[in-house]
Design a protein around this ligand. Structure first.
Ligand SMILES: C[S@@+](CC[C@H](N)C(=O)[O-])C[C@H]1O[C@@H](n2cnc3c(N)ncnc32)[C@H](O)[C@@H]1O
Length: 262
């Protein structure tokens, strides 16, 4: 459903550097541990079991995270971190399993630790809506910036009506998209940063990224995209830009597509 153009609805959080977030998370855990050790020394009789120690460490870490002004969703992570680690240790799983899980996570969430956008997948309804915009625009060239596993790029390429370029820097999603596009001559999957691509050649660009990068993305679009071309941003508006349309998708996340014309 197309809505009438109107002013951007949300105030945007432009995001804080992720390294600070990581530092705060680590500091909360360590402070929680230090507090627990200090309490255990003061009253060893009360803290003689591992259960009370881990619960106290979790609660202390969660309180420290509030003091350090971490977002509230970190609280359950701090509460459960040590108990989960201890529970996993009791399962006596082979150590290579942890290494493998770490490797897979690294290959999927490639740049997330240093602040890049993690992998979330668009729904089929989003892909359908993007396809109908692309068709309505009679577009010849389309780019998906941060293509993930190709949830949007692959169905569009399968239409065989336009050239699709998918930009993805995380190795595993890139590999999956490349495999899915292997028989589609009109699709090209680039294992490269979206910040390095030139947007000038595309009629329609799709991005499902994060509020933290929208200002930078807006600047790149303004510099590179040609007049008349369209940018569709899933879920996150470009701050201070007037969308030509906002499309409400009826999927699980109630996704909104913010459509801008240069
Ligand atoms: C929220 S997911 C969206 C995936 C896909 N576009 C979709 O709609 O299903 C964002 C994707 O962007 C990728 N990404 C994040 N920063 C990137 C960058 N600088 N260059 C290329 N890809 C990036 C991530 O690896 C992730 O796969």
């Amino acid at each position: 459903m197309y809505l009438r153009p109107h002013r951007v609805l949300q105030k945007i959080n432009t995001g804080r550097p992720r390294l600070i977030t990581l530092f705060k998370a680590l500091a909360s855990q360590l402070l929680g541990l230090a507090l627990t050790v200090a309490l255990a020394r003061m009253s060893p009789d009360f803290f003689h079991g591992a259960g009370r120690l881990t619960v106290t460490q979790g609660v202390a870490a969660a309180i420290c995270s509030i003091i350090l002004r971490q977002p509230y969703w970190w609280m359950p992570i701090h509460l459960l971190f040590l108990p989960s680690a201890i529970m996993l240790l009791t399962l006596q799983l082979p150590s290579w399993l942890y290494l493998q899980i770490l490797l897979v996570f690294g290959l999927v969430f490639w740049g997330t630790v240093k602040g890049d956008v993690p992998l979330f997948l668009s729904s089929t309804a989003v892909a359908d809506a993007v396809a109908s915009i692309v068709n309505g625009e009679h577009a010849h060239a389309f780019a998906d910036l941060g293509a993930g596993v190709g949830s949007v790029a692959v169905p569009l390429a399968q239409q065989q009506t336009l050239m699709v370029e998918a930009w993805e820097h995380a190795p595993l999603p890139w590999l999956i998209t490349s495999w899915r596009c292997r028989k589609l001559p009109n699709a090209s999957v680039k294992r490269a940063s979206l910040w390095g691509c030139n947007l000038a050649g595309y009629d329609v660009v799709f991005a499902f990224l994060s509020p933290a990068v929208m200002v930078r993305l807006g600047e790149k679009i303004r510099r590179e995209m040609l007049p008349g071309s369209v940018i569709i941003s899933s879920s996150f508006p470009i701050p201070d830009w007037e969308p030509e349309a906002i499309i409400q998708i009826e999927d699980r996340r109630s996704t909104r597509l913010f459509c801008y014309r240069l």
